[in-house]
Design a protein around this ligand. Structure first.
Ligand code: SF4
Ligand code: SF4
Length: 187
């Protein structure tokens, strides 16, 4: 695979990403590194949503505004074709912008739902093997909810609409997410 990584930002080493996976409670690399779908989600969709403040940081750090597509209201998506890798994915299949990756990446395979029902606020990607195996850790679920809750209220609807547009285009099957049981039965 050709590296699509912008030359202005060095890719992380494998050991540094694995260290992040151990120390960053928001990380799904623990799961994604062993995903039988091999970074499926870094290929998964035409739209990886980038919030306005995330776009600012990505552009500042990479110097590559050309890798983002304006989606209106200050939102962007990462420029990629369906089935093509995210331009920030390295040849080692690691995220080249790991520490500033968008919330859409950090929270996945969980994301926001459009529902007024407080018990139906989270969706999960039913195509994700750890979801299918009910193997997401409670720590990750909690971290994902926390990171999604950081999306400012004024951005939540647009963020959700863009992500849901993604579902339709890419055939992603979303399901309502039920919180992990509190009895510690999940890893
Ligand atoms: S920004 Fe990183 S985690 Fe997100 S799709 Fe691209 S390579 Fe994957
Ligand atoms: S399908 Fe699940 S485990 Fe695989 S890359 Fe996506 S989020 Fe990670």
């Amino acid at each position: 695979m050709t590296s699509h990584l912008p030359e202005t930002i060095p890719p992380p080493s494998r050991s540094s990403v694995e260290e992040s996976a151990r120390t960053d409670p928001n990380s799904l690399y623990v799961h994604c590194r062993v995903c039988p779908k091999e970074n499926h989600c870094c290929y998964r969709a035409p739209t990886i949503v980038v919030l306005p403040q995330e776009a600012k940081l990505l552009i500042e750090r990479t110097g590559r505004p050309d890798l983002l597509i304006a989606e209106g209201d200050g939102f962007f998506s990462i420029k990629k074709a369906p089935g093509e890798p995210c331009p920030f994915l390295t040849e080692e299949r690691l995220c080249g912008v790991y520490h500033i990756r968008p919330i859409d990446c950090r929270s996945w395979p969980l994301t926001l739902n459009i529902s007024a029902n407080p018990e139906e606020q989270l969706l999960e990607d039913l195509g994700c093997p750890p979801v299918q195996q009910r193997a997401l850790s409670k720590g990750f679920e909690k971290a994902s909810q926390v990171i999604l809750s950081k999306i400012p209220e004024k951005y939540r609807r647009k963020f959700t609409e863009l992500v849901h547009r993604d579902f339709k285009r890419d055939g992603i099957r979303p399901g309502l997410h039920e919180s992990a049981p509190q009895n510690g039965s999940r890893p």
